[in-house]
Design a protein around this ligand. Structure first.
Ligand SMILES: [Fe+2]
Length: 302
């Protein structure tokens, strides 16, 4: 069973600049470096982000990373739903990890439980509690959502538009207390990573982070606001290689949370879906995003 979405792995042109950004503006801490890969953590889970140093000038997503309590069974199910298993790859902080290619052409990893390490040292601004979710843009959102359900055992949370032809769909892991979404899928022209997100303890921590981020040349891409879908307070910033990062807090937890009453479809013209506090989706938010590598090209450098 897939128990959570642990992180993403992506390649950056200037890994030291990217590390500096995540230390300063998100609150992550380097756990260890293995080859070209740098593992960063929020608290005491070994990693919540994996950066890969690159010689190229491009920033490229390698994989979306899923934690599993039975890697062999989850790989088998994903292959049965049309994925290609590219085999075991090196992945720090876990016993085993497989790299796979999804039917939509993007890479993902299924790995065993992430080990616990010494808690990251405290800093004057808040650290996130953990990785929250990714949002991936694909030309066939309904198909990708069906794959996450059939191939990874995730469950639908919400849709904007319709379940058959969604503009956006959100999915959660099949465990009690799961975040409302570990996965979001956006209908786009080509395959792109749209954003990644970290979950903080409270809104005051995000306000402090936003105040520290914003200056004469850095502004929020969108926010602050509160998503109707998922219930979280959000602020979107951009990292040094152009990846959009959502700072979030207060997301619905599936199960005990009184705000959760099952999956629902939001009308595209219902402004509460995107922001209960009244803003609309900015063009800049829709227009962003990060290229996605062809998974088979990654095996030698995975
Ligand atoms: Fe998000």
């Amino acid at each position: 069973m897939i128990t959570r979405v642990s992180s993403v792995t992506y390649e950056v042109p200037d890994v030291e600049a990217s590390i500096g950004f995540y230390e300063r503006h998100v609150g992550l801490t380097v756990t260890e470096r293995i080859g070209a890969s740098v593992y960063l953590r929020a608290k005491s889970s070994h990693h919540d982000l994996v950066l890969v140093a690159s010689d190229s000038a491009e920033c490229v997503l390698h994989s979306l990373n899923f934690e599993s309590d039975d890697v062999a069974a989850d790989v088998e199910r994903a292959v049965g739903a049309g994925s290609k298993d590219l085999g075991v790859v090196e992945h720090g902080g876990v016993e085993v990890a497989h790299l796979l290619e999804a039917p939509g052409g993007f890479g993902f990893r299924i790995h065993s439980t992430v080990e616990q390490v010494q808690a990251a040292p405290e800093s004057n601004l808040a650290q996130p509690m953990h990785f929250s979710h990714f949002n991936i843009g694909v030309p066939d959102a309904a198909g990708a959502i069906a794959f996450f359900v059939d191939g990874l055992g995730l469950r639908n949370s919400d849709w904007i538009g319709s379940a058959e032809n969604p503009m956006i769909g959100w999915l959660h892991c099949p465990v009690d207390g799961a975040l409302h979404h570990g996965v979001a899928v956006l209908q786009t022209e080509d395959v792109r990573l749209h954003h990644i997100s970290y979950e903080y303890e409270n809104a005051a921590e995000i306000i402090d982070r936003v105040d520290d981020y914003v200056d004469d040349s850095h502004f929020l891409v969108w926010g602050m606001g509160r998503h109707g879908t998922g219930g979280s307070i959000f602020a979107y910033i951009e990292d040094v290689s152009g990846v959009m990062v959502e700072l979030g807090t207060g997301m619905i937890r599936i199960g005990a949370d009184p705000r959760w009453d099952g999956p629902k479809v939001w009308a595209p013209d219902d402004p509460r879906g995107v922001d209960e506090w009244g803003s609309s989706v900015p063009e800049a938010w829709m227009g962003k995003r990060t290229a996605v590598a062809t998974p088979s090209t990654l095996v030698s450098k995975a």
